[in-house]
Write a protein that binds this ligand. Structure first.
Ligand SMILES: [Zn+2]
Ligand SMILES: [Zn+2]
Length: 252
């Protein structure tokens, strides 16, 4: 249903890994996905040729996705195309690349999907660089070195320009895990990945709880919702929903 074309315009030229760009468009409102290709992205020890670094949704929000750090964490920059105000989701690593990606936007908030160390490694530098308030769910705030500027509850709106992200609180990977929704996009944090929930075999994890969060909150979203996780590649709600019973049976 989508038409494919090559584009010579490169909105992510600042990313040193980008060597070419493919644009997929179609539907109404116009949906444009801009995939950048990488020579040498390495995810979980495997070489992946494609590393998505930018998605654009015309008439709605613009999204840049940056794979950063040794665990290929994803940092997302979500921008209102009208006002150029933006939100940074997670402050994982490689702050220079995040700052370069945000050039031309005014970052009005840094929001954290949870308090794990790999998601906050660049927080001090980015907070300083953007002068933007930092938000996290109440139940994860103690994992930060400093106090957050605001606490985010389930259902709360994070406003930027004429747009807003809606916070969803799906605990289980950590007690204060958050996902952020802007139809048709779900920034799922480490709660949901292609092939299952994020790890719960650590001190703050709870497998039964993450399953209930996915079943009772994330899987209520439409099939066509794009899931943009805290690490690695994307998926959709419709692709993952049929596997829930399989995940429960295997226990991770
Ligand atoms: Zn995590
Ligand atoms: Zn993580």
């Amino acid at each position: 249903m989508y038409s494919r074309c090559r584009s010579t315009e490169d909105p992510v030229a600042a990313d040193r890994h980008v060597i070419s760009l493919e644009v997929i468009s179609g539907g109404s409102p116009a949906l444009v996905l801009a995939y950048a290709y990488s020579k040498s992205a390495t995810i979980a020890g495997n070489r992946h040729r494609r590393r998505v670094v930018a998605l654009h949704f015309a008439n709605s929000v613009q999204v840049k996705k940056l794979g950063v750090g040794p665990a290929n964490n994803n940092v997302y920059l979500v921008t209102c195309p009208t006002t150029r105000e933006s939100v940074v989701i997670d402050a994982s690593a490689e702050p220079d690349r995040v700052i370069a990606a945000a050039d031309g936007t005014k970052v009005v908030a840094i929001v954290l999907t949870h308090g794990h160390r790999d998601h906050i490694g660049a927080l001090d530098v980015l907070r300083q660089a953007f002068g933007a308030p930092v938000g996290i769910h109440t139940a994860d705030k103690a994992m930060l070195g400093e106090k957050p500027d605001f606490e985010i509850a389930d259902g709360e709106q994070i406003r930027f320009g004429r747009q807003a992200l809606t916070a969803i609180h799906p605990p289980g990977h950590t007690p204060g895990g958050l996902s952020f929704f802007h139809a048709p996009l779900l920034f799922s944090g480490d709660t949901l990945f292609p092939g299952g929930p994020g790890a719960t075999a650590h001190a703050l994890g709870n497998f039964a709880q993450v399953i209930e969060s996915i079943r009772g909150k994330l899987f209520l979203l439409p099939d066509e919702t794009f899931v943009l996780p805290g690490h690695g590649l994307d998926t959709t709600i419709g692709l993952e929903r049929p596997s829930l019973e399989e995940w429960i049976t295997r226990g991770w």
